[in-house]
Design a binder for this molecule. Structure first.
Ligand SMILES: O=C(O)CCC(=O)C(=O)O
Length: 297
């Protein structure tokens, strides 16, 4: 669906001005939308999984662990495929207000794509370089939105998601190095063409919902506080968007319709998109492992 067609549907949760702002800038931060019961449940689940990680020595399908992770000082970088970790994560993604927020931004027919819970620990370990999301999971159109829920207050010092306003209507960049290897980040030579004076931190109190369009150039700095910054991230598309490559981080619910109906027609946007590696052959890891490998080279 086009932004105009999406906006023509009445809003469910967001104010019309918030939807218009999202389509104009490519991102949004909105406070006070997640009911307290859900927020408390997400906090508890997140804490439970950190506890469970203490007995893990290596990353697996659930946990992306930093090299320094240990039982005494757990250091989980990411909970993978969140909706497969606990039924309540899937209930939250498919039956809560979050799916209605998705409908406000992708249209009444909403397809679930993927999810994860990123932890940004104090220090520079989890800084994320400038990138767009769509080059990792290209689709027939660019309706895809990542909705994030901050589990804790996130001020500027805590490494919030930072988005370049308006970059979602600009070029879709190659996320590979000169030798063609996937880096998960935009090349320095291309970054000089991005107007970083338009970068804006998506900050907010506990429970703030952030929305980032799949073409928006975004990053996150180091966390200079002494508190971890968890953000639960859920990706949705219009039902008429179809992936044309294997998903890098599939879940058992990827492709399910969570609002409205499946599409009878695919919407094909003519804007070209670079081809990612075939994740079904190579595997993906996470943005932290990919970007760290690049920094170490
Ligand atoms: O968690 C973060 O700070 C950034 C996450 C992100 O941009 C991503 O996973 O694509």
């Amino acid at each position: 669906m086009t932004p105009e067609a999406i906006l023509a549907n009445p809003p469910r949760v967001l104010a019309q001005s918030q939807r218009e702002s999202y389509f104009a800038t490519g991102s949004l931060a909105a406070e006070g939308l997640i009911p307290d019961t859900w927020l408390r449940r997400l906090h508890t689940l997140s804490q439970d999984f950190i506890e469970q990680s203490r007995v893990r020595a290596a990353s697996n399908e659930a946990f992306d662990l930093a090299p320094q992770h240990c039982a005494e000082r757990p250091h989980v970088r990411r909970l993978r495929a969140l909706v497969d970790r606990h039924a309540d994560f899937w209930r939250f993604a498919s039956q809560s207000v979050l799916a209605d927020i998705a409908a406000d931004l992708v249209g009444p027919d909403v397809k679930f794509h993927s999810s994860k819970l990123n932890y940004k620990w104090p220090g520079s370990g989890e800084l994320v370089k400038w990138h767009q999301d769509i080059p990792a999971w290209p689709h027939t159109n660019y309706s895809l939105v990542t909705l994030g829920v901050y589990l804790g207050d996130v001020p500027a010092e805590q490494g919030p998601l930072t988005c370049v306003r308006g970059s979602h209507t600009g070029p879709i960049y190659v996320h590979r190095d000169d030798a063609g290897a996937w880096t998960g980040s935009i090349r320095d030579a291309d970054m000089v063409t991005v107007d970083l004076s338009r970068a804006e931190d998506l900050t907010g109190p506990d429970g703030t919902v952030i929305a980032i369009n799949c073409r928006t150039v975004h990053a996150s700095r180091a966390n200079t506080t002494d508190r971890v910054r968890p953000v639960a991230l859920f990706v949705y598309s219009s039902a008429d968007a179809f992936p044309w490559m294997a998903a890098p981080t599939p879940t058992t619910h990827t492709g399910e319709i969570v609002r409205g109906r499946p599409a009878a027609l695919a919407h094909l946007d003519p804007t070209p998109c670079p081809v990612p590696p075939d994740w079904s052959r190579t595997g993906y890891g996470s943005i932290f492992t990919v970007q760290k490998a690049e920094r170490d080279n």
